[in-house]
Design a protein around this ligand. Structure first.
Ligand SMILES: [Zn+2]
Length: 373
């Protein structure tokens, strides 16, 4: 188990991540399945689209249905009937973004459930326990995700807390899974907001704990794009070369290309799914808002260059009609296409790295794809 880099093209890497539920190729994009479902997508369809890994969420599953129920049902793979690889986020980000009433102490985070207001206390150890009960293949440590913008002093204090929690998480994980054969992977999360020296100090410390992989957390929280790009390009050289690198919450195709070229291996983002449900889909020409009146009698598919089920069977006019009539099928069809688009994009990126022609593929991709809407 672990991570193997098979081919490099510049700083971009093609690799294989081995987990207790099988292996997956990187660079990899994880669709978000917070509630143990990629919204509107049955798992057999996910597999057909080429989605072999998703990310679920500790915070959401702890609140509902509760990890005890999932454990009783044989773990998350059986519960949601998905035999691919399941990452789980620790919940640090959700506590930060969903729960107004939270109190962070050295011991952990106290917060109120956004569902029923019940008081809950997360510690680094508790979050490992919950992810273990869920049956996660790749666990994330509990971190504190500072908002943007944030002062240097706050970011520094927050980073110190995240590092203490990372150390506790790893120690607890090692005790819990000592001698076990099929154990999950545990990833550490680098923080430090937009301050490069803090991020660098953070990753140097995290490396000492020898995690199975390392994430860049705390980005895509509203910072300007050039700040994010600076963090990615300047901080990745300090990440361990031989371990997988995971950029959390990113992103758009242009962000994926930029980050892959800087050595990122794993991404997750709600973009293809959440946007699809509002009628915004990704195509080889760029973003397309299917609700736009100009598609009322358009006989073309969502993306004329796409071979997916949706694009080979339905017109823009029909899908627009479904959205206008608020038919549930609209959500399924739009999500299906956008996930297929991301899945295919990652597949082509992997192919290009293997054949050492990523720059060329990027130029080819953006000769058609427009970042503007
Ligand atoms: Zn399509």
């Amino acid at each position: 188990m672990g991570f193997r880099i098979i081919q490099k093209d510049g700083n971009a890497r093609y690799g294989i991540l081995d987990t207790k539920s099988g292996s997956v190729e990187t660079p990899l994009f994880l669709p978000v399945a917070s509630q143990a479902t990629v919204k509107t997508m049955p798992p057999d369809v996910l597999k057909k689209i080429g989605v072999n890994a998703v990310i679920s969420n500790t915070y959401h599953l702890h609140l509902r249905p509760g990890e005890n129920i999932i454990k009783k049902m044989g773990g998350i793979h059986k519960f949601m009937n998905f035999d691919g690889i399941i990452f789980t986020d620790s919940g640090g980000f959700q506590v930060y973004s969903l729960s107004d009433l939270k109190k962070v102490t050295e011991e952990g985070i106290e917060f109120k459930s956004h569902i029923d207001g019940k008081k809950i206390f997360f510690t680094p150890e508790k979050v490992i326990e919950i992810q273990s009960d869920i049956g996660s293949d790749v666990m994330m440590v509990l971190d504190e995700c500072p908002p943007y913008p944030v002062t240097y002093e706050y970011a520094k204090e927050s980073l110190n807390l995240t590092l203490k929690w990372a150390e506790r998480s790893k120690r607890f994980f090692n005790q819990k899974f000592k001698g076990k054969r099929a154990k999950p992977l545990l990833f550490g999360i680098g923080q430090g907001s937009v301050y490069i020296d803090l991020r660098r100090e953070g990753i140097e410390r995290l490396k000492e704990f020898d995690f199975d992989g390392y994430a860049i957390g705390g980005l895509a929280v509203g910072e300007p794009k050039d700040y994010r790009e600076r963090v990615v390009s300047e901080i990745l050289p300090f990440y361990p070369e031989e371990k997988p690198r995971y950029l959390m919450g990113v992103g758009y195709p242009e962000d994926i290309f930029f980050s892959v070229k800087n050595g990122v291996d794993i991404f997750d983002c709600v973009l293809p799914t959440r946007n699809a449900r509002t009628g915004l889909v990704f195509t080889s020409r760029g973003k397309l808002r299917i609700k736009n009146a100009k598609y009322t009698d358009d006989v073309l598919p969502l993306d004329p260059d796409c071979e997916c089920y949706v694009c080979t069977h339905f017109t823009r006019a029909y899908i627009r009609h479904l959205f206008q009539a608020e038919e549930y099928l609209s959500l399924y069809l739009a999500t299906y296409h956008s996930l297929f688009f991301f899945s295919r994009l990652m597949e082509r990126i992997r192919e290009a790295i293997r054949e050492k022609r990523l720059e060329k593929f990027e130029k080819e991709f953006f000769s058609k794809y427009s970042i503007q809407e």
